[in-house]
Design a protein around this ligand. Structure first.
Ligand code: GLN
Length: 574
């Protein structure tokens, strides 16, 4: 029987419900239980695929091709497991299913109503995602009091009735502000959040108090009394320098054991989070510092910078840094600043990353930065658009293909080295926008003797991916294609354009190696990795390896990239 833990937010959004959910899951997993997590997004969009990253933050891609809210990324990074797209529920999906069923006559003769049909569909989806796990965490997006999350609160209450009170608990993650003019931590908004939850029949078993500084005993007691819960159930969760500290702090407050007790499970506490703690201390007390220039779009919402635009790239860098005992200092530089070729300031960074992106904004600046990295032996990692631009730069400046480009940027270029392959074009013309991207995990064969292969071997990802490929073989939603060799890995994708095979041979002759490719069932090859063998580290991929990077097992490419940055630093210091 699956036990459910419902996580709701109080007072304001953005207080780290996702990190808290992921941290609770991690603790329970360390106790030896199987855990999964669901994110509920109460908006009406069907999924996050059509949301603007500049407003909502980067879109997360699952192995099975879902375009999802970032929180699923936190679950995967913390739990070190693949979470499928069905673990993201939106109001749009729920309503669409119910209306489609009504049209097909499934409810013939009945009035289709908000209650029971909407909560019933929500419950069905929750139970389907939780099936087979010891614990299923459900994070309800938004803040208590939002109109939008009422159906989901109703549904979990109804789930409680179905499975019994002993199999479900509620956690409120709330925020305690310290208004600067008062200088005192206020509990009133939290009291109101507790009251609003009560109006939905939900009385939290635990209240986790997010705040700038730790909660004192006076306020703890006040909240305990107001919520009518036992001492020890109000837990302070102050701001921390690294999100990866959160499971450690919650465990120090015995939250894991307390949760097990609520479910009436007796389990001796073991020494847990051993490896995790080592990595956290590598972040908190690093031996080295690496400066990385992340060249992308500089994004603002109104007067504020958007922090989430490259969140997975940032987290992949931090995880790889922790494994190498290094603090990674990431500077987001707007690519437009390099349009006049003034790339000189890049010499102060240890490495350069060009992340994914769409459209033509800032592209010439990115090309100049890539040229700088290639010519100055600066470690370079290109991700998706970053790889496409690296191919373009090489075609233009080494292969003399003047004004070579991607047809996404210049549809009339004489050298379309990046293009939509003919059969893909057909797909695009025939289907709705958004349905034509290469999405989710694809297999790629890596070239013997390549740097890329040695990195996947060294970090043990090659072995892990081989095992996963065995499990996935035959599952329709995974694009394994034809597996040509033993050296097969899986990475996730979200793009439309590909390296144009017409130019591949000519480019390779001049020294850019295509070191990995996906072979489609019709035997067509899609280029997945490039590298320049004589460069200290010039590697790029058509995939988004940041989506499969985990705190305890960082992405091979990010690991290799930082290793090369450290190596370059030590050479400089000689
Ligand atoms: N815009 C490019 C494409 O669609 C790259 C996309 C990306 O970087 N995710 O192919």
């Amino acid at each position: 029987m699956t036990r459910y833990i419902i996580i709701v937010g109080g007072v304001i959004s953005g207080i780290g419900k996702g990190i808290t959910t992921a941290s609770i899951g991690k603790i329970l997993k360390e106790y030896g239980y199987s855990v999964t997590a669901i994110k509920i997004d109460p908006y009406l969009n069907y999924d996050a695929g059509t949301l603007r990253p500049t407003e909502h933050g980067e879109v997360w891609v699952t192995d099975d091709g879902g375009e999802i809210d970032q929180d699923l990324g936190n679950y995967e990074r913390f739990l070190d497991q693949d979470i499928p797209r069905k673990n993201n529920l939106t109001s749009g999906q729920v309503y669409k299913t119910v209306i489609e069923q009504e049209r097909k006559g499934k409810f013939l003769g009945k009035t289709v109503q908000f209650i029971p049909h909407i909560p019933d569909e929500i419950k069905k989806r929750i139970r389907d995602a939780g099936n087979g796990y010891d614990f299923c965490l459900i994070e309800i997006g938004g803040t208590i009091g939002d109109y939008e999350n009422i159906p989901f609160l109703f549904a979990v209450k109804s789930l409680e009735r179905d499975i019994g009170k002993n199999n479900i608990i509620y956690v409120l993650v709330t925020y305690l502000p310290v208004p600067s003019n008062i200088g005192e931590m206020k509990t009133k908004p939290t009291q109101q959040a507790i009251r609003m939850l009560g109006e939905n029949g939900i009385f939290p078993n635990f209240i986790l108090c997010r705040s700038k500084t730790p909660l004192d005993s006076v306020r703890k007691e006040k909240i305990e009394k107001y919520a009518n819960i036992s001492p020890g159930s109000v837990i302070s969760e102050p701001d921390v320098d690294t999100i990866y500290r959160v499971p450690v702090d919650l465990e120090e407050n015995s939250l894991g054991i307390k949760i097990l007790k609520e479910f009436g499970i007796a389990k001796e506490k073991q020494q847990i989070l051993h490896e995790w703690k080592k990595l956290v201390s590598a972040i908190e007390f690093p031996q080295k510092k690496i400066k990385i220039a992340l060249i992308g779009k500089y994004v603002k919402i109104g007067a504020y910078d958007l922090k989430d635009a490259y969140i997975s790239v940032n987290e992949a860098l931090k995880s790889a840094g922790a494994a190498l005992n290094a603090k990674v200092e990431i500077t987001l530089i707007c690519s437009k600043s390099f349009e006049a070729s003034n790339t000189g300031i890049l010499s102060q960074y240890d490495g350069i990353i060009i992340p994914g992106g769409f459209g033509c904004s800032g592209v010439e600046g990115k090309l100049n930065a890539i040229e700088f990295a290639r010519k100055n032996s600066k470690p370079f990692l290109g991700l998706c658009l970053g790889m496409q631009l690296a191919v373009i730069e090489f075609a233009r400046n080494v292969c003399s293909m003047e004004k070579a480009n991607s047809t996404e940027i210049d549809p009339y270029t004489e050298y379309p080295v990046i293009d939509i392959l003919p059969d893909q074009e057909k797909l695009i013309n025939n289907s709705d926008y958004g349905a034509t991207m290469r999405l989710g995990a694809y297999a790629a064969d890596l070239k013997p003797g390549s740097k890329v292969l040695s990195l996947y071997q060294k970090t043990k990802r090659l072995d892990q991916d081989k095992k996963r490929i065995q499990i996935l073989t035959g599952q329709k939603s995974f694009r394994l294609g034809k597996l040509e060799t033993e050296n097969v890995i899986l990475e996730r994708h979200r793009h439309r354009y590909e390296v144009n095979p017409e130019f591949a041979e000519e480019i390779e002759k001049k020294g850019l190696v295509f070191s990995g490719a996906h072979t489609r069932n019709d035997s067509k090859k899609l280029m997945e990795f490039i590298e320049i063998p004589e460069h200290p580290f010039f590697i790029a991929t058509q995939s988004h390896p940041e989506f499969k990077s985990r705190f305890e097992s960082p992405s091979p490419l990010f690991y290799g990239f930082l290793e090369a940055c450290i190596h370059a630093q030590s050479k400089q210091n000689l």
